[in-house]
Design a binder for this molecule. Structure first.
Ligand code: BGC
Length: 858
């Protein structure tokens, strides 16, 4: 089996030179066909047409969660932006895929690509142009973080490969992927002022995630660098501030790291109302504002007509609006999108009715909005496979795989259906019945939901097993009467939920309040196992819960983490419980106590009315890096050691690791990128006469809809309604912020993903893996590196593969390539990656703590 680091899916056809100025930034140019196509397209646009594709039409102004204005003159549709990271939100006849963290637990590049491709195909066939996923922010810093399950696990290397492969999959089907949320968006509390004030917190600015440059590069922005290398078309800037500058106007993060250092060639879109000003966002590198209005349904925008005016009066230079338009169109053309081929959106986010007001906010244009187009194809097969392969067996004393047990009692609400139906709670804003996805914007409507109860019962009938279920956590007398009977195997279900901060379930506002199981789940497990020595615990959670007591309980014969599996939940679970397929590995650490994680969600404002300050003092030390620093004890040996470590998961067989070899491949010295970019170009001409920018005569204005035209053309001040009108860019912006002169290229930059030599393979590592058991199954070898030096983690993940179906007795070769980037650290002073002189060690094994092979890097 070949381990390959992500290869460049960013084919040269996408390397456009796109400019934005910022003090000391770069850009290089490869002129080619795509570039010419984009230039030709953008050059013919008027100023208002350019503005129209950068600005959303306002919340509920069109069919999708976000839509740009259209260009009727050229037949360009209103572009549709739709959530999300596990498939289509607010739609119908679509699939509900496993959440990110369950996909992450497969550790399988090809399943990530297949999942992305299937999601991309569904989006395309529904008339979605930009799919708002995948997510890798949160990075999983906080075990209780509300949205960690939308992303792939608590490690940047794992997340980066999952993100890149998902992007490649989505975009292979002609839809632009949008990697989000950029960046350091680790918790839901205080992400938005309005939401926080609504909950009684007296703050005036959003949370600031304070992260140093080294940790930013090595952890939080690392996966986005992989996404850029894979050619991602869009990136969503986040709600939070980074070092006290808002995510969508943080020039260091957008112009600097993303567009300069990583040479990101696509466009930056705001999270929904994460824009907080006009000109400075444009100068900082925002390219598209979503959903377009300043706050939901104000009818006003920081851009739209205001951007038109800012370009007319020179506050935003013409090249910047051209660059925005170039980036947006380039991303579309790159994935094969065409003006003629783009599909009209055939579903409606705001109701499931066949006919409704297309402009839902304004209640205008009553027409057919839902067309019932079924886009699911055979994706159920992938969903079942991927959710099963992302199900992790944490404990098994031999009870699994099940083989025609005599009598199964399935206990717990989480095994059954939500009485309101699978989609009965909008955006899954309740936790009733089995939990198979997050809550909030990262949801899909289920086409159906196979509950564990229904799938297990079917299997039982096939096997001649007696089967009874009690689908409540509170009907103890009934449960008791089942469990005192002879020959019973109990499968007890429990869950937690987490999701987006606008929803409150039982006092959990996105982020969880604790790491215990919901609805008395811990007691249920205790009570069931007290009566039944053959108890299998099944957990549906998007992150860790406290398993110390459960893991030590001798009557708990098995613990199965089924994640949040999507529509095929019961089938995927049955496939694992009965050994029909191979399980996954945990993409995060299971600690003994909350404290054992070291960090915590900031639940209370800590800066008066100002922005709550979340100092990422843990640096690299979250999840396994923190646990490794605290204790090198065996899992479960003390309260500081993990109960189950990162990368851990039991398999159906045993494997021997041997014969580690490290071969040095490349000695080429690392050359920083040098030289200057060319000056920022403009494309096309526009009238500078303000009189040309009023609403067209006889135009029917739709209430709350955002337009690119000016309210009045008599004077700029009235047209903008803005007292700052007439101020020059000089008065708004730091010096050189909109400088159009050639800029020095970033030494670590040069190509999408950064300096090409970062991806030189420096070492090839191989090891032999032998199946020493009796069952053919998958193994997930992992490679960890110690970078050495003060303050570095004990080890970090830098390679893995899911090697499928290894036969008993067979040996396979695990092969991993360590790139320059993999063995480098970020040097903040040099603003570049360096391979330090500290001695470096590698380990290979089956988890972050079971690493039988080790070698020094020469
Ligand atoms: C979420 C994004 C989502 C957007 C559109 C925001 O509140 O943070 O993840 O894509 O809404 O629904």
């Amino acid at each position: 089996m070949m381990y390959k680091p992500m290869t460049s899916a960013a084919e040269p056809c996408y390397i456009l030179q796109i400019f934005f100025p910022m003090p000391s930034t770069l850009h290089h140019l490869v002129v080619n066909k795509s570039w010419n196509q984009v230039v030709a397209f953008v050059s013919q646009l008027t100023l208002t047409e350019k503005v129209n594709i950068t600005t959303g039409v306002g919340w509920m102004g069109e069919k999708c969660v976000g839509n740009t204005g259209s260009i009727p003159r050229l037949g360009v549709k209103s572009l549709c932006m739709q959530d999300g990271p596990l498939g289509l939100r607010f739609s119908d006849y679509n699939s509900a895929f496993p959440v990110g963290v369950t996909a992450g637990a497969t550790w399988s590049r090809h399943l990530w690509r297949d999942r992305g491709a299937a999601m991309g195909a569904e989006a395309r066939d529904k008339g979605v142009d930009v799919l708002l996923g995948p997510a890798s922010g949160p990075l999983g810093r906080l075990s209780k973080g509300g949205r960690i399950a939308e992303a792939f696990g608590a490690d940047p290397y794992l997340q980066g490969l999952a993100l890149a492969n998902t992007v490649t999959g989505i975009q292979s089907n002609g839809v632009v992927a949008c990697a989000k949320h950029y960046i350091a968006n680790e918790q839901e509390h205080f992400r938005q002022v309005g939401e926080s004030v609504g909950r009684g917190f007296d703050i005036s600015e959003s949370l600031s995630s304070n992260v140093n440059d080294k940790v930013m590069h090595e952890y939080y922005s690392w996966p986005f660098q992989d996404a850029v290398k894979a050619g991602v078309g869009a990136i969503m800037c986040s709600y939070n501030q980074i070092n006290n500058s808002y995510g969508c106007q943080n020039s260091k993060m957008l112009n600097g790291i993303l567009k300069d250092e990583y040479s990101f060639q696509g466009f930056v879109m705001s999270d929904w109302q994460a824009q907080h000003s006009g000109v400075s966002n444009a100068a900082a590198g925002l390219d598209m504002t979503m959903p377009g209005d300043t706050l939901f349904n104000t009818g006003h925008s920081y851009w739209g007509g205001n951007l038109t005016l800012a370009v007319l009066n020179g506050t935003v230079p013409a090249y910047r609006i051209d660059d925005m338009a170039m980036r947006i169109m380039a991303s579309l053309f790159k994935v094969g999108w065409t003006v003629q081929g783009a599909k009209e959106t055939n579903f409606f986010s705001w109701s499931r009715l066949q006919f409704d007001y297309r402009q839902a906010a304004a209640k205008e244009n009553y027409e057919q909005v839902n067309f019932g187009v079924d886009v699911r194809a055979n994706h159920a097969n992938h969903i079942r496979e991927s959710a099963a392969k992302g199900t992790v067996i944490l404990k098994n004393n031999g009870i699994l795989p099940l083989n025609k047990p005599k009598f199964i009692a399935a206990i717990g609400e989480d095994a059954g259906a939500n009485p309101k139906g699978p989609n009965g709670c909008p955006d899954r804003n309740c936790n009733d019945g089995t939990n198979a996805m997050v809550y909030g914007s990262g949801t899909s409507n289920y086409p159906y939901l196979i509950t564990p109860d229904s799938a297990l019962q079917q299997q039982a009938i096939k096997d001649g097993t007696r089967y009874e279920s009690v689908l409540s956590n509170y009907l103890w007398p009934s449960v008791h009467d089942l469990l005192v009977q002879p020959n019973v195997t109990a499968i007890v279900f429990a869950n937690t939920a987490a999701g987006e901060g606008y929803i409150n379930i039982g006092g959990n506002t996105g982020d969880r309040n604790n790491l215990t199981l919901w609805k008395n789940g811990d007691d249920l497990i205790k009570n069931v196992s007290a009566l039944c020595s053959n108890t299998i615990v099944v957990l549906h959670t998007g992150g860790p819960v406290l398993l110390d007591a459960i893991s030590k309980n001798p009557n708990v014969s098995a613990i199965v983490w089924a994640g949040e599996p999507g529509q095929e939940s019961g089938n995927s679970l049955t496939d694992i419980l009965y050994g029909k397929t191979s399980p996954g590995r945990s993409p995060f650490t299971w600690g003994a106590t909350e404290e054992s994680y070291g960090n915590n969600v900031l639940y209370k404002p800590n800066n008066g009315k100002g922005a709550p300050q979340d100092n990422f003092e843990d640096g690299a030390f979250f999840d396994y890096r923190y646990f490794d620093k605290q204790s090198d004890g065996k899992p479960g040996s003390d309260q500081k050691a993990p109960v189950y470590e990162f990368g851990f998961g039991l398999s159906w067989s045993t494997f021997k690791y041997s014969d580690l070899k490290v071969v040095k491949k490349n000695d080429r010295p690392y050359q920083p990128t040098t030289g200057l970019t060319i000056a920022a170009p403009t494309f096309g001409n526009f009238s500078t006469d303000i009189k040309d920018y009023g609403f067209p005569k006889g135009f029917r204005y739709i209430y709350q809809f955002i337009y690119p035209w000016l309210n009045t053309t008599t004077s700029g001040r009235e047209a903008s309604g803005d007292s700052s009108y007439g101020k020059t860019a000089k008065e708004f912006l730091p010096p050189h912020a909109i400088d159009s002169n050639p800029q020095p290229k970033h030494p670590a930059g040069g190509e999408p993903g950064g300096n090409r030599q970062l991806y030189d393979v420096i070492y090839e590592v191989t090891a032999t893996i032998t199946n020493t058991g009796n069952t053919m199954t998958d193994e997930v070898p992992q490679l960890y590196v110690s970078h050495g030096g003060d303050g570095e983690p004990v080890r970090v993940l830098r390679g893995f593969d899911r090697i499928e179906r290894i036969a008993p007795g067979a040996s396979v070769t695990f092969r991993a390539e360590l790139t320059r980037r993999d063995i480098s650290n970020w040097d903040s002073k040099a603003q570049n990656w360096v391979v330090t002189s500290a001695p470096k060690t590698i380990w290979v094994g089956s988890s972050s703590r079971n690493l039988p092979l080790t070698a020094k890097l020469q």
